[in-house]
Design a protein around this ligand. Sequence first.
Ligand SMILES: Nc1ncnc2c1ncn2[C@@H]1O[C@H](COP(=O)(O)OP(=O)(O)O)[C@@H](O)[C@H]1O
Ligand SMILES: [Mg+2]
Length: 257
Amino acid sequence: MAESRTYPQEVKIDSTLYRYERVLKDDFFSINLLYRNEHGQGYVLKISDFRFVGGFVFRPLAGFISRHEYRVYRRVAEIEGIPALGPRWGWRGYFHRYIAGKTLHEVTPHGDLPEDFFARLQELLAKVHEQRVFYVDLNKQGNVICSHDGHPYLIDFQISLAFPTGGGWWANVWTRTFNRLIQEDRYHLYKHKKAFHPHKMTAEELGFATRSQLNERYARYIARPYLRVKRLLYPHGSNEIIWYKWKKMKDKTVQMP
Ligand SMILES: Nc1ncnc2c1ncn2[C@@H]1O[C@H](COP(=O)(O)OP(=O)(O)O)[C@@H](O)[C@H]1O
Ligand SMILES: [Mg+2]
């Protein structure tokens, strides 16, 4: 757990006071903290870090990752369905609006999601792609929120890639690469739709939900070996913190994908 001195107890954003309420998620690579004002509106402070023994050595890298995330976020922050962006906090943190709701991970299959949820999520993803951002992390259900009023939100741009938008002789190459890569985003979108709303899948969408040859190669040679190595290190899931094991304590944090 982070000590209180590593994050503020209260902050002023746009002349409104927000008080620390609780940890939303706490794992090896970041900590997400909820702050609320007196009207109940919230901000999340996401601090990037390498939260294992000796991790402080990598703090400059954590700072780089956080600034990268903020830069990508700025490109898409005006889109409806992306939580509004707040100020940066220090070298490794930034604020964004808290979305009260449930992540797909917390939603029960065949129940909680409105019928048009995935149509809206598809529009949202298309707008992100219009800004030439390859989202990358859509396989994680913890990155998609269904707000209490039933709207989809996308968070977590830590490993997203913002492609160049200008012209020039290389523009065609970038565009072709980008268009191939975003098929991976679509694949994950329709995979979630298939899991939650199988009855709403069109034939074309069922095709998208099948791995393309490129995706299959990516999964076989990069994603699966990476997961295998990760499981060797953290056998009980990604957010089990190594010092729990060292101290022989049980991880009491909520399991997230
Ligand atoms: N803006 C937000 N509104 C609501 N919940 C959030 C928000 N940001 C983060 N969370 C919660 O914290 C979790 C982790 O946030 P995320 O940005 O995905 O960080 P990580 O890089 O650790 O995956 C989310 O799955 C969600 O439960
Ligand atoms: Mg995430």
